[in-house]
Design a protein around this ligand. Sequence first.
Ligand SMILES: Cc1cc2nc3c(=O)[nH]c(=O)nc-3n(C[C@H](O)[C@H](O)[C@H](O)COP(=O)(O)OP(=O)(O)OC[C@H]3O[C@@H](n4cnc5c(N)ncnc54)[C@H](O)[C@@H]3O)c2cc1C
Length: 806
Amino acid sequence: MKTNAQAVVIGGGVIGCSILYHLTKSGWSDVVLLERDELTSGSTWHAAANIHGLHDSTNISRIQHYTMTLYKELEAETGQSCGVFQPGSLYLAQTEEREHQLRLQAAKAKLYGMNFYEISIEEAQRLNPLVNYDGIRCVMYEPDGGNVDPSGVTNAYAVGARQRGAEIHRFTPVTATDQQEDGTWIVRTPKGDIQTPWVVNAAGLWGREVAMLAGIELPLQPTEHQYFVTETMADVAAHDTRLPSVSDRDGEYYLRQEGQGLLVGAYEKDMKFWAEDGTPLDFAHDLFPDDLERIEENMMNAIERVPAVGDAGIKRVINGPMIWSPDANVLMGPVPEVDGYFCCNGIIPGFSQSGGMGLMAAQWIIEGETQYDMFAWDVARFDTWATKDFTKARVQDQYAHRFAIHFPNEERSAGRPARTRPIYDWQKDMGAVFGLNVGWEHPLWFAEAPGATDTNGFTRQNWWEPVGAECRMLRDRAGIIDISNFAKYVCKGPGAEGWLNAVFANSMPRSVGRSCLTPLISKRGGIAGDFTVTRVADDEFWIIGSGMAERYHKRFFKQVPLPDGTRFESRTEETCGFNVAGPKSREILQRLTNTSLSPEDFPFMRSQQIEIAGIAVLALRVSFTGDLGWEAHCAAKDQLRLYEALIETGKEFGAGPVGSRALMSLRIEKGYGSWGREYSPEYWPHEVGLDRLCKFDKSFLNKDAANSAMTSPAREQLVLLHLDEADTAASNADATGGEPIFMDGRGIGRVTSGAYGYSVGMSLALGYVSGAEAGDRVEVMVLGRPHRATILKEPPFDPTGTILRG
Ligand SMILES: Cc1cc2nc3c(=O)[nH]c(=O)nc-3n(C[C@H](O)[C@H](O)[C@H](O)COP(=O)(O)OP(=O)(O)OC[C@H]3O[C@@H](n4cnc5c(N)ncnc54)[C@H](O)[C@@H]3O)c2cc1C
């Protein structure tokens, strides 16, 4: 066994082997995989191994699409069979919501050149006559859907990796991972140690235990999961081609041909956790006792749809473990606090995703960034707030609703509240309907009375009118928005200005009381973040950024060493904030402070440390609503007193609380982008309109990448669209994000955010397009159906910024 390697992958399941394969394919041949038993000894060997291409998330669809096409190539390359069957998959819609979901996915497939389209019931019947199509509203067909052989695929990756120089050691358990002073790792095994700059945790069911060897706690929880295979069925045997699989997701089961019978798997409501206190080290090619009673309800659903299942004998039951994260997506990426430690854990559809996941992991490790924005998979989206109890509650909910539709704006209640701020009860009494934001309870909108909850769907829901009332109140008078969920940092010391200038693309404010907006540039020259930086003293700056990206941004901040005597610290937990915005905001705040808020004394983009209602706040004259307004940030202990004062004084002016759904609509009326939607590492500064904030007369993080991106022509442009009233009124729906945009039948882009603009009376969407310009007529695929729209020249609210600067 070697003693040094470029990377050591721990775990020889399908994911570890794919990462190893993709590392070698990307040019790293000096890599090693260590497996404590035989390859496939975790979840991999007993998987049903179905493969699907389409997903609600566009980037996950791209990854699944890549994976599905890779298996045949892998066979050809390695000579190792992957046991690929691609008889196609039939997706059935029983409800209107499922139809909306499938139509939207079909529209995305058309945009991205993937194979997923509607077929008639007659055609579906011809392809799979075992299915009872009664009550089915529409059927989508994915010709490449099917299944693979789990150990064939894993071994094919292993063969491919070995052919390119990788070493694989079976029966070699990793017993310790010790980080050295120079940042490299010693990976210890009974057969010897290996030194490496990169440890890759792909230990599947043992992901938690392997992470703990490095002192890392991962929010993961295993569950049992069952499927059964029937005896030979005459109807199946009689069919002259292999039957397409059936995705009848409203029934929470999956069904496909296996041999001359069928395989049926279920995500039951009465789910069962396993190994809550840790995965046993002596578990390998083991299964649990059958427990078909637990999945009886799902089996009945399957029998109703495919009656022949009811007459078939059961040949074999597989009840095995799989390991979940709180949102059922992988926990992937370099751990922000630990150099050289890469996680890839908690994967549910490993066979649909292994190829793309291995590719993304290799890009991340070797190039420092993935080609797609992978925030939905980034381990940094969770932190210590995702406790064991939270993880269990969310996993239970995810498991029992595995195939439920995840609606836009949906907020699941499991495991909440996880974290609350001092005004939580007050907001609750005021009718706040909360969402989960980095673990915090955060008001989305305010109902007339406490206790209201969201209804869910792709169309306009119960919150649509109340959110409209909040928007109109703010634009006509004023609104008070809780913005405590922003990430806040302080940088203090003699080197603060120099360090911030070395991190951010814009030049830092030169005088106290001034603020600037600045992008953070990613490795490939894209937008890794957008921040407001305010100079509060000669040697002190406040930095405000996206709350959900705080842990993600740590990776960037630590790339520039802090000068001696200068500190950079998060203040997110101990600081809360409100945005008071709207034409009456100045009068409301002026009532509560002796500091003059006149346009001359407190102009736009300036800041002051002032008192509001006797409470010390940092007041910033900025507003994400696009309206006249201030942000006021205070100590968390003062949050309640400040809120009471703002709400009480606001009442006199007809102002009240406003939630984050209204903020979403207001910022779109103004055409403002938001991190994670319009701003992501996939987009270059000039595509997003942030190029003017990149200053090339100084150095900053990833400046060369920004320069090379910005000297290339924009691939796409961020635009604001106005959807025709007739179409949105007819469907009672607005764009929400992800909808493809077509022009003359040609796919030209996609929506990143959408909302009704209540104060301007327009259904609006922000999105990226290529080959189209202001004034062009396009079609936005809301609910997967064409909605006519126009690309706007300027935002409908305050295009000149007069109100904002007023
Ligand atoms: C019943 C069932 C049905 C499924 N059906 C499907 C399906 O239809 N489609 C689909 O896409 N997915 C399916 N899955 C999920 C799929 O099996 C997983 O997503 C996938 O196998 C995860 O692979 P992995 O490599 O991450 O983990 P694992 O397969 O768990 O592999 C981890 C490996 O790490 C090794 N290891 C652990 N600790 C150490 C150590 N200290 N040192 C060295 N090695 C170590 C283990 O021995 C193991 O081999 C199913 C799962 C189950 C349980």
